[in-house]
Design a protein around this ligand. Structure first.
Ligand SMILES: NC(=O)c1ccc[n+]([C@@H]2O[C@H](COP(=O)([O-])OP(=O)(O)OC[C@H]3O[C@@H](n4cnc5c(N)ncnc54)[C@H](O)[C@@H]3O)[C@@H](O)[C@H]2O)c1
Length: 378
């Protein structure tokens, strides 16, 4: 008989739905010692919170996240709010001894992230950050290949995350749904929102970054603010590109923008080693492109592996070989991995401390863009 892990979710937007789906599906596909129970959701509007609870199966609602965090019937707090609330909620949840699953980026900046790490470590509570792209089977497969040493010496890592939804100068900034355009709520623009994903994957696959040089641009300088109704300066980076050195001696190249007309969520990465290259694209997420220099003869070339066989990561839990899964499954996998680690009292990666490394790279990138200098990652 599985033990319950009673979830208290805060925020019910895009990620509130993605996580709720993950909690609901995990029991149908994974055999686990702990299973999530959707105990309560906290949001400020009681009617909307109740409608969300009814749809996804939460037992009750709270309108104040502080009450939820202090409730005896909650074991784990799931933070699905805009970035400026992550630290306050996480520190309070740690104080109440709750396990914490926090959305990315961990924090507004590394200094805030340090405080969050100190809080969960002092309280000794389980903690994890939702860098879910690690759990896409083709990405996990890339990690396994890299860890086997097959690539040899690594020369290059490059990644991009491109969107096009903020091109219109008429789009307001701030408030519900548009908090990402307001640095007071988001911390930064594409750097913390999109590049943070690329950086987390890169650190996981290729190790630590030593220094960076970056440029950012804000193409639309003023927008109407939804909360004040006034036209105000835009405080986020609309686009960011940076170069870096990894500690393993390889070179990194990263680009992100919300002004790449035609691209909705193009996340790609490529890693070039002495013996092998790997390439992945979110828009074809179940495929991993592989070039193996050891393949003999004139038939050598790039191959496209359809990562859907039962000996591929996570795929034995789903359908029969050849049938693809999608974006939402990465959250099911992350829930499953968290619960497995929770049962074994092991850290579930990326922990707050792992995610702090991404935050430090983001800080260095933003600092370099300002100073026009190479900046070391602490
Ligand atoms: N892992 C991923 O791929 C991924 C994707 C999207 C967003 N995110 C992250 O998830 C978090 C939420 O993003 P989203 O896209 O779900 O945003 P969203 O705007 O869709 O939802 C945010 C939710 O927070 C709620 N909220 C705001 N202030 C609150 C308060 N004081 N008390 C309680 N609830 C409050 C809002 O009502 C809303 O329900 C962000 O940190 C974002 O960076 C991660």
């Amino acid at each position: 008989m599985a033990q319950p892990l009673r979830i208290g979710m805060i925020g019910y937007g895009f990620m509130g739905r993605a996580h709720s789906n993950g909690y609901n599906r995990v029991k149908d596909f994974f055999d686990l010692e702990y299973l999530p129970v959707l105990q309560a959701v906290a949001a400020r509007d009681p009617a909307k919170a109740q409608a969300f609870a009814d749809r996804w199966g939460y037992k009750r609602v709270e309108t104040d996240w502080r009450k939820l965090v202090a409730s005896d019937d909650i074991d784990a707090i799931d933070i699905c709010t805009p970035n400026n609330l992550h630290a306050e909620i996480a520190i309070e949840a740690a104080r109440h001894g709750k396990a914490i699953l926090c959305e990315k980026p961990l924090s507004m900046d590394a200094a805030e992230g340090e405080k969050m790490c100190a809080a969960v470590e002092k309280a000794g509570v389980a903690n994890m950050v939702w860098y879910n792209y690690r759990r896409i089977p083709a990405v996990t497969f890339a990690k396994n290949i890299i860890d086997s040493g097959k690539l040899g010496r690594i020369f290059h890592y490059r990644a991009e995350f491109l969107q096009d939804w903020t091109i219109s100068a008429d789009l307001p900034q701030g408030g519900a749904a548009l908090w990402r355009l307001d640095a007071a709520a988001a911390g930064s623009g594409v750097t913390g929102d999109l590049l943070a994903h690329c950086i987390d994957t890169a650190l996981w696959l290729n190790g630590a970054v030593s220094d960076v040089t970056a440029m950012t641009e804000t193409f639309v300088k003023e927008r109407k603010h939804q909360l004040t109704g006034k036209v105000e300066p835009v405080t986020i980076d609309d686009a960011c590109s940076f170069l870096c050195h990894f500690k393993n001696g390889s070179l990194g190249l990263f680009e992100s923008t919300r002004y790449a007309r035609g691209h909705k969520a193009l996340y790609t990465f490529e890693i070039n080693g002495e013996n092998m290259s790997l390439k992945w694209d979110l828009s074809d997420l179940h495929r991993l492109q592989v070039f193996d220099y050891n393949d003999a003869g004139p038939m050598r070339g790039w191959k496209s592996i359809h990562v859907t066989d039962s000996d591929h990561p996570y795929m034995d839990k789903w359908w029969v070989p050849g049938l693809a899964i999608g974006y939402e499954h990465s959250f099911v996998h992350q829930v499953a991995d968290f619960l497995e680690c929770y049962a074994k009292k092991q850290p579930a990666h990326p922990t707050f401390r792992d995610a702090l490394e991404t935050q430090k790279v983001c800080d260095a990138v933003l600092s370099s863009a300002k100073s026009h200098q190479w900046v070391g990652v602490e």
